[in-house]
Design a protein around this ligand. Structure first.
Ligand code: ATR
Length: 300
Protein backbone atom coordinates (compact mmCIF):
# COMPACT_ATOMS: atom_id res chain seq x y z
CA UNK A 1 0.00 0.00 0.00
CA UNK A 2 1.38 3.44 -0.83
CA UNK A 3 1.52 6.04 1.92
CA UNK A 4 -1.19 8.72 1.91
CA UNK A 5 -0.53 11.98 0.07
CA UNK A 6 1.33 14.48 2.27
CA UNK A 7 -1.41 17.08 1.94
CA UNK A 8 -1.95 19.22 5.01
CA UNK A 9 -5.58 18.68 6.03
CA UNK A 10 -6.11 22.40 6.14
CA UNK A 11 -4.93 22.74 2.55
CA UNK A 12 -6.70 19.89 0.75
CA UNK A 13 -8.79 21.67 -1.93
CA UNK A 14 -11.56 19.08 -1.52
CA UNK A 15 -12.28 20.50 1.94
CA UNK A 16 -12.99 23.98 0.60
CA UNK A 17 -15.85 23.51 -1.81
CA UNK A 18 -16.59 26.66 -3.80
CA UNK A 19 -13.47 28.51 -2.57
CA UNK A 20 -10.25 28.78 -4.59
CA UNK A 21 -7.44 27.10 -2.69
CA UNK A 22 -3.75 28.07 -2.72
CA UNK A 23 -0.80 26.89 -0.65
CA UNK A 24 2.84 27.49 0.10
CA UNK A 25 5.02 24.39 -0.12
CA UNK A 26 8.35 24.06 1.66
CA UNK A 27 10.16 21.90 4.20
CA UNK A 28 10.08 23.08 6.92
CA UNK A 29 7.02 25.28 6.43
CA UNK A 30 5.48 25.94 9.85
CA UNK A 31 7.34 29.28 10.19
CA UNK A 32 6.08 30.65 6.85
CA UNK A 33 4.47 34.08 6.87
CA UNK A 34 2.96 33.54 3.39
CA UNK A 35 -0.52 32.41 4.62
CA UNK A 36 -0.80 35.59 6.68
CA UNK A 37 0.37 37.81 3.82
CA UNK A 38 -2.01 36.27 1.29
CA UNK A 39 -4.92 36.37 3.74
CA UNK A 40 -4.35 40.13 4.07
CA UNK A 41 -4.16 40.62 0.27
CA UNK A 42 -7.41 38.62 -0.06
CA UNK A 43 -9.04 40.85 2.56
CA UNK A 44 -7.80 44.05 0.93
CA UNK A 45 -9.07 43.00 -2.51
CA UNK A 46 -12.22 41.23 -1.22
CA UNK A 47 -11.28 37.86 -2.72
CA UNK A 48 -12.77 34.66 -1.31
CA UNK A 49 -9.90 32.20 -1.14
CA UNK A 50 -8.09 29.85 1.20
CA UNK A 51 -4.31 29.76 1.46
CA UNK A 52 -2.68 26.97 3.47
CA UNK A 53 0.64 25.26 4.06
CA UNK A 54 2.05 22.08 2.56
CA UNK A 55 5.10 20.24 3.80
CA UNK A 56 6.06 17.59 1.23
CA UNK A 57 8.75 15.15 2.28
CA UNK A 58 12.18 15.81 0.79
CA UNK A 59 12.01 14.21 -2.66
CA UNK A 60 8.20 14.23 -2.51
CA UNK A 61 7.42 17.63 -4.00
CA UNK A 62 6.22 16.47 -7.45
CA UNK A 63 3.78 13.97 -5.97
CA UNK A 64 2.39 16.47 -3.46
CA UNK A 65 2.04 19.23 -6.05
CA UNK A 66 0.38 16.95 -8.60
CA UNK A 67 -2.11 15.75 -6.00
CA UNK A 68 -2.81 19.32 -4.89
CA UNK A 69 -3.54 20.46 -8.44
CA UNK A 70 -5.50 17.29 -9.32
CA UNK A 71 -7.67 17.88 -6.23
CA UNK A 72 -8.49 21.36 -7.56
CA UNK A 73 -5.72 23.53 -6.09
CA UNK A 74 -5.44 26.78 -8.06
CA UNK A 75 -1.94 27.95 -7.25
CA UNK A 76 1.11 27.37 -5.12
CA UNK A 77 4.05 29.29 -3.78
CA UNK A 78 7.22 27.28 -3.47
CA UNK A 79 10.06 27.86 -1.07
CA UNK A 80 13.23 26.14 0.17
CA UNK A 81 14.15 23.46 -0.83
CA UNK A 82 11.69 22.88 -3.68
CA UNK A 83 12.21 25.74 -6.17
CA UNK A 84 14.13 23.54 -8.61
CA UNK A 85 11.55 20.74 -8.27
CA UNK A 86 8.86 23.30 -9.03
CA UNK A 87 10.68 24.35 -12.17
CA UNK A 88 10.89 20.72 -13.28
CA UNK A 89 7.19 20.20 -12.55
CA UNK A 90 5.87 23.17 -14.56
CA UNK A 91 4.56 22.44 -18.07
CA UNK A 92 5.09 26.06 -19.11
CA UNK A 93 7.75 28.44 -17.76
CA UNK A 94 7.77 32.21 -18.08
CA UNK A 95 10.98 33.64 -19.61
CA UNK A 96 12.04 35.10 -16.26
CA UNK A 97 11.55 31.72 -14.54
CA UNK A 98 13.76 30.13 -17.20
CA UNK A 99 16.44 32.75 -16.62
CA UNK A 100 16.13 32.48 -12.83
CA UNK A 101 16.57 28.71 -13.04
CA UNK A 102 13.95 28.27 -10.34
CA UNK A 103 10.20 28.67 -9.76
CA UNK A 104 8.49 30.18 -6.70
CA UNK A 105 4.96 30.49 -8.13
CA UNK A 106 2.83 27.82 -9.81
CA UNK A 107 -0.74 27.91 -11.08
CA UNK A 108 -3.07 25.59 -12.90
CA UNK A 109 -4.77 26.82 -16.04
CA UNK A 110 -6.75 24.58 -18.37
CA UNK A 111 -5.01 21.48 -17.07
CA UNK A 112 -1.50 22.89 -17.51
CA UNK A 113 0.80 23.93 -14.68
CA UNK A 114 2.51 27.29 -15.25
CA UNK A 115 5.67 28.35 -13.41
CA UNK A 116 7.04 31.82 -12.75
CA UNK A 117 9.61 33.41 -10.46
CA UNK A 118 8.58 36.62 -8.69
CA UNK A 119 11.55 36.81 -6.26
CA UNK A 120 13.65 39.22 -8.33
CA UNK A 121 10.72 41.51 -9.12
CA UNK A 122 9.90 41.48 -5.40
CA UNK A 123 13.43 42.49 -4.45
CA UNK A 124 13.52 45.28 -7.03
CA UNK A 125 10.16 46.68 -5.91
CA UNK A 126 11.19 46.60 -2.25
CA UNK A 127 14.44 48.43 -3.03
CA UNK A 128 12.64 51.06 -5.12
CA UNK A 129 9.99 51.48 -2.38
CA UNK A 130 12.84 52.18 0.07
CA UNK A 131 14.12 54.91 -2.22
CA UNK A 132 17.14 53.04 -3.58
CA UNK A 133 18.08 54.10 -7.11
CA UNK A 134 19.09 51.12 -9.24
CA UNK A 135 19.51 52.80 -12.62
CA UNK A 136 23.18 53.79 -12.92
CA UNK A 137 24.05 52.28 -9.52
CA UNK A 138 27.15 50.33 -8.51
CA UNK A 139 25.85 47.05 -7.10
CA UNK A 140 27.63 44.22 -5.33
CA UNK A 141 25.62 40.97 -5.29
CA UNK A 142 27.15 38.49 -2.85
CA UNK A 143 26.45 34.79 -3.52
CA UNK A 144 26.06 32.73 -6.67
CA UNK A 145 23.50 30.11 -5.64
CA UNK A 146 19.81 29.90 -6.48
CA UNK A 147 18.91 33.05 -4.54
CA UNK A 148 21.45 35.18 -6.44
CA UNK A 149 20.51 33.72 -9.80
CA UNK A 150 16.83 34.38 -9.12
CA UNK A 151 17.35 38.13 -8.72
CA UNK A 152 20.13 38.80 -11.22
CA UNK A 153 17.87 39.25 -14.27
CA UNK A 154 15.45 41.75 -12.65
CA UNK A 155 18.41 43.71 -11.19
CA UNK A 156 20.07 43.96 -14.60
CA UNK A 157 16.74 45.02 -16.11
CA UNK A 158 17.08 48.21 -14.04
CA UNK A 159 20.30 49.14 -15.95
CA UNK A 160 22.78 49.53 -13.11
CA UNK A 161 26.14 50.98 -14.17
CA UNK A 162 28.19 48.20 -12.67
CA UNK A 163 27.24 44.88 -11.10
CA UNK A 164 29.87 42.75 -9.37
CA UNK A 165 28.87 39.18 -8.51
CA UNK A 166 31.07 37.96 -5.68
CA UNK A 167 31.16 34.42 -4.41
CA UNK A 168 33.31 32.27 -2.13
CA UNK A 169 34.05 29.88 -4.99
CA UNK A 170 34.81 31.63 -8.26
CA UNK A 171 33.52 28.94 -10.63
CA UNK A 172 29.85 29.50 -9.74
CA UNK A 173 30.17 33.29 -10.04
CA UNK A 174 31.90 32.94 -13.43
CA UNK A 175 29.12 30.64 -14.61
CA UNK A 176 26.38 33.12 -13.69
CA UNK A 177 28.24 36.03 -15.24
CA UNK A 178 28.54 34.07 -18.49
CA UNK A 179 24.85 33.20 -18.39
CA UNK A 180 23.77 36.85 -17.93
CA UNK A 181 26.42 38.50 -20.13
CA UNK A 182 23.99 39.11 -23.00
CA UNK A 183 21.39 40.79 -20.80
CA UNK A 184 24.08 42.93 -19.10
CA UNK A 185 25.36 44.12 -22.49
CA UNK A 186 21.85 45.01 -23.64
CA UNK A 187 21.41 47.08 -20.46
CA UNK A 188 24.82 48.80 -20.73
CA UNK A 189 25.86 47.26 -17.43
CA UNK A 190 29.42 46.16 -16.71
CA UNK A 191 28.93 42.70 -15.19
CA UNK A 192 31.93 41.11 -13.49
CA UNK A 193 32.62 38.22 -11.17
CA UNK A 194 34.86 38.41 -8.11
CA UNK A 195 35.88 36.17 -5.25
CA UNK A 196 35.06 37.21 -1.70
CA UNK A 197 38.77 37.20 -1.02
CA UNK A 198 39.51 39.69 -3.80
CA UNK A 199 37.19 42.21 -2.07
CA UNK A 200 39.83 42.50 0.67
CA UNK A 201 42.20 44.21 -1.76
CA UNK A 202 41.71 47.94 -1.08
CA UNK A 203 43.49 48.87 -4.32
CA UNK A 204 40.98 46.96 -6.44
CA UNK A 205 37.78 47.42 -4.40
CA UNK A 206 35.88 50.68 -4.26
CA UNK A 207 32.68 51.26 -2.23
CA UNK A 208 29.29 50.24 -3.61
CA UNK A 209 25.92 52.04 -3.64
CA UNK A 210 24.07 48.80 -2.95
CA UNK A 211 25.33 45.53 -1.48
CA UNK A 212 22.95 42.56 -1.49
CA UNK A 213 23.62 39.46 0.58
CA UNK A 214 22.15 36.50 -1.32
CA UNK A 215 24.13 33.87 0.60
CA UNK A 216 22.79 31.70 3.37
CA UNK A 217 25.69 32.63 5.67
CA UNK A 218 23.38 34.55 8.04
CA UNK A 219 21.61 31.32 8.96
CA UNK A 220 24.89 30.22 10.58
CA UNK A 221 25.38 33.65 12.21
CA UNK A 222 28.15 34.44 9.75
CA UNK A 223 28.75 37.16 7.18
CA UNK A 224 30.15 36.25 3.77
CA UNK A 225 32.33 39.38 4.04
CA UNK A 226 35.44 39.64 6.17
CA UNK A 227 35.77 42.88 8.15
CA UNK A 228 38.59 43.92 5.80
CA UNK A 229 36.30 43.49 2.79
CA UNK A 230 33.44 45.27 4.59
CA UNK A 231 35.73 48.27 5.25
CA UNK A 232 36.41 48.55 1.50
CA UNK A 233 32.80 48.10 0.46
CA UNK A 234 30.61 50.09 2.85
CA UNK A 235 30.51 53.87 3.19
CA UNK A 236 27.72 55.94 4.79
CA UNK A 237 25.98 56.37 1.41
CA UNK A 238 25.86 52.58 0.84
CA UNK A 239 22.71 50.54 1.31
CA UNK A 240 23.06 46.95 2.57
CA UNK A 241 20.25 44.52 1.78
CA UNK A 242 20.02 41.17 3.53
CA UNK A 243 17.71 38.67 1.84
CA UNK A 244 17.03 36.86 5.13
CA UNK A 245 14.59 38.42 7.58
CA UNK A 246 13.79 38.33 11.26
CA UNK A 247 17.17 39.30 12.69
CA UNK A 248 20.01 41.78 12.34
CA UNK A 249 22.64 39.55 10.74
CA UNK A 250 26.42 39.94 10.95
CA UNK A 251 26.35 41.31 7.39
CA UNK A 252 23.89 44.02 8.47
CA UNK A 253 25.99 44.79 11.54
CA UNK A 254 29.11 45.27 9.42
CA UNK A 255 27.24 47.82 7.30
CA UNK A 256 25.73 49.60 10.33
CA UNK A 257 29.18 49.92 11.90
CA UNK A 258 30.28 51.88 8.82
CA UNK A 259 27.26 54.17 8.88
CA UNK A 260 25.42 52.52 5.97
CA UNK A 261 21.65 52.07 5.85
CA UNK A 262 20.42 48.48 6.05
CA UNK A 263 17.33 46.42 5.31
CA UNK A 264 16.37 42.82 5.90
CA UNK A 265 14.42 40.84 3.27
CA UNK A 266 10.91 41.02 4.74
CA UNK A 267 9.84 43.55 2.12
CA UNK A 268 11.06 41.24 -0.64
CA UNK A 269 8.94 38.44 0.83
CA UNK A 270 5.82 40.61 0.83
CA UNK A 271 6.46 42.03 -2.65
CA UNK A 272 7.12 38.62 -4.26
CA UNK A 273 3.88 37.44 -2.66
CA UNK A 274 2.03 40.44 -4.13
CA UNK A 275 3.22 39.49 -7.63
CA UNK A 276 2.12 35.89 -7.12
CA UNK A 277 -1.28 37.05 -5.84
CA UNK A 278 -1.80 39.22 -8.93
CA UNK A 279 -0.72 36.41 -11.27
CA UNK A 280 -3.35 34.19 -9.69
CA UNK A 281 -6.21 36.60 -9.09
CA UNK A 282 -5.73 39.12 -11.91
CA UNK A 283 -3.48 42.11 -12.53
CA UNK A 284 -6.52 44.39 -12.32
CA UNK A 285 -6.44 43.92 -8.53
CA UNK A 286 -3.07 45.71 -8.30
CA UNK A 287 -4.71 48.92 -7.12
CA UNK A 288 -6.69 47.14 -4.41
CA UNK A 289 -3.80 45.53 -2.52
CA UNK A 290 -1.19 47.43 -0.54
CA UNK A 291 1.98 45.41 0.12
CA UNK A 292 3.58 48.28 2.09
CA UNK A 293 0.66 48.28 4.56
CA UNK A 294 0.97 44.50 4.96
CA UNK A 295 4.74 44.89 5.48
CA UNK A 296 4.18 47.54 8.15
CA UNK A 297 1.70 45.24 9.91
CA UNK A 298 4.20 42.37 9.87
CA UNK A 299 6.85 44.63 11.39
CA UNK A 300 4.60 45.98 14.14
P1 ATR B 1 20.44 29.45 -2.26
O1 ATR B 1 19.38 28.82 -3.10
O2 ATR B 1 19.98 29.94 -0.92
O3 ATR B 1 21.21 30.51 -3.00
P2 ATR B 1 22.62 27.63 -2.70
O4 ATR B 1 22.27 27.49 -4.14
O5 ATR B 1 23.04 26.42 -1.93
O6 ATR B 1 21.43 28.26 -1.86
O7 ATR B 1 23.78 28.75 -2.60
C1 ATR B 1 24.30 29.17 -1.37
C2 ATR B 1 25.18 30.41 -1.62
O8 ATR B 1 25.61 30.90 -0.36
C3 ATR B 1 26.44 30.12 -2.42
O9 ATR B 1 26.79 31.27 -3.14
C4 ATR B 1 27.47 29.82 -1.31
O10 ATR B 1 28.81 29.99 -1.71
P3 ATR B 1 29.59 28.79 -2.48
O11 ATR B 1 29.07 28.76 -3.88
O12 ATR B 1 31.02 29.20 -2.42
O13 ATR B 1 29.29 27.55 -1.70
C5 ATR B 1 27.06 30.88 -0.32
N1 ATR B 1 27.44 30.63 1.09
C6 ATR B 1 26.84 29.81 1.96
N2 ATR B 1 27.43 29.91 3.18
C7 ATR B 1 28.42 30.84 3.06
C8 ATR B 1 29.37 31.40 3.97
N3 ATR B 1 29.44 31.02 5.24
N4 ATR B 1 30.21 32.34 3.48
C9 ATR B 1 30.15 32.73 2.20
N5 ATR B 1 29.29 32.25 1.30
C10 ATR B 1 28.42 31.31 1.73
Amino acid sequence: MTSPAPIDLHTDPKLFDGVDVYAVAGNPISHSKSPLIHARFAQQSKQAMHYGRLQPELGGFAKAAQEFFTAGGKGMNVTVPFKLDAQALADVLTPRAQLAGAVNTLWNRDGKVYGDNTDGAGLVRDLLAQGIALHGARILLVGAGGAARGVLGPLLDQSPKHLVLANRSSAKADELVALFAGLAKAKNTTLESATLESLEDAKRTTPFDLVINATAAGLDNQSPLSNTAAANIFVPSSFAYEMLYGKTTSFMQQALQRGSRVSDGLGMLVEQAADAFLLWRGADLATTIDPRVVLAELRS
